[in-house]
Design a protein around this ligand. Sequence first.
Ligand code: RIB
Length: 297
Amino acid sequence: MTRIVVVGSINMDLVTQAPRFVGPGETILGERFLTVPGGKGANQAVAAARLGAAVALVGALGRDAFGDQLQGGLDREGIALEHVCRLDDEASGTASITVADGENQIIVVPAANARVTPAQVEQARILIARADAVLVQMEIPLDTVEATLRLGHRLGVPVILNPAPAQKLPAEWLKLARYVTPNQHELAILLGADPTEDFRMLMQRAPCPVVLTRGSDGAWYREQGEPVHQSGFHVDVVDSTGAGDTFNAALAVFLHEGLPAAVRKACAAAALSVGKLGAQGGMPGLREVETLLTRTG
Ligand code: RIB
């Protein structure tokens, strides 16, 4: 069984489905409200577990009602939570999400996620040493992201850095990642580059291997110096929240099959994930991914 360690955020997502996004000072009537589990770290952990991996999560929750619900949900997904701490003096992270026409707008309040420490990563050293891949995103403190990259690199375990939400990072850190997985906008921010620059040029200039996600247009990566495009799988979109997380999880789970196979499966899994409301609502199992790949040749 593939072993994955995820270092990242855990949020309660407060999701409002609306006919359109609101402007400043405007009030409209929404269609539906849901409180569902989310957070990039938790989403990636859940997606990897549904794809059949043994998953451990490193993170933090408040000792509050959201924290109890989130912990219970992750536990039911079979995710090892020994390295998720509960903080008595902090709230659990939240994300206020508006979904309109399959697109989303998100405001994250990190709360407990802002207190995931490098020491917690070090405490998970044995798990990380035994892992097939490690996933880390940027909704936790940057020194914890750096600690994860350094430890994975030192132990020879591939670390996939999903640079979301994006910030400019030192080239030295990026070189420690096996793959960095931005979208075009995130890649430009990460490199401190002009966002209108062609993404293929940006990928070439990056100091690390990049797997660039393009939503329904699939993904790009480089093989022997040449850009390769993996097409997206066309599906009806209900809610794209969590599609990037599903992509990253599948990439990590299938990395041992080689990059082209892993990216193809990651695109298929991400496509399946957008069919239901909520970040984790549509995340597929292994059989659903295999069925889509067989059906589409
Ligand atoms: O990637 C989607 C996630 O981003 C949501 O679940 C929300 O919690 C934010 O972290």
